[in-house]
Design a protein around this ligand. Sequence first.
Ligand code: PXL
Length: 274
Amino acid sequence: MIIPKVVAVHDLSCYGRCSLSVIIPILSNLQVQVCPLPTTILSSHLGGYKNIAAVDLTDKLEEIDRNWQNEGLEFDCLYSGYLASPEQIEIVDTIFKKAKGNVLKVIDPVMGDHGKLYSKYTEEMQLEMRKFILNADIITPNYTEACFLLGEPYQEVQENLETIYEYLLRLAAWGIKNVIITGVNLASGQIANVGYNSDEEIFFVNKSPKIPVHYPGTGDVFTSVLLGYLLLGNDISIALQKATDFVYKCIEKTYEQQTPIREGILLEALIMEI
Ligand code: PXL
């Protein structure tokens, strides 16, 4: 039995169901081994809690990576998400660049949502992120992040997907094989996740009904499910459908329970349904 190994370069938010707290259980459940490379330990995620306690692990990233190399460890995939400073982006960029062989590189360029950058996200980090994503085989920006990467204005609602197709082609033209833009708000009242594979020159569109709530961590859930299905050998259209369906189910079931939004989706209740 071959279990794929993923290096997951993300923060550990200890409360609020995002980043490593959802990535590890989801990928494990899909029979993928997660080797966390934790960038920061935070008392919670940054979306709704005050006076967050943090341990910055920037200095440890290279040390952990060196140790793994000295041990001769090999991985099938590098997967990064929220990075907290330009230094972290630079270090992770070096780690991605020196990965040898057939290593799938997945970058979720976590920078913001709802038309705004996260409060700690500086102009410099945005520029670093633009360079860093050039390492990727797959990127999964949400619509807000796609706008920031391309320097385009944020629009609350899309009449159709023409603009999104254009954004996908522009990002793919940077040399990124698979680009997926998530959370596109359509005038029809639906939410779309839209992908493009530049090898086959095909678009993928998955739509789900819009539920009027935004839980933190759903981007991490989405990309983890997508990645798990890809590493199990599914093609991207199947993986995208699985990720879209699971995130929708999580939001729908969590919304029914009316739990605090900042606590994220009820992953424990739903994880067996991935
Ligand atoms: O889910 C993305 C994410 C990751 N890490 C931290 C966050 C967020 C989103 O708010 O605050 C620390």
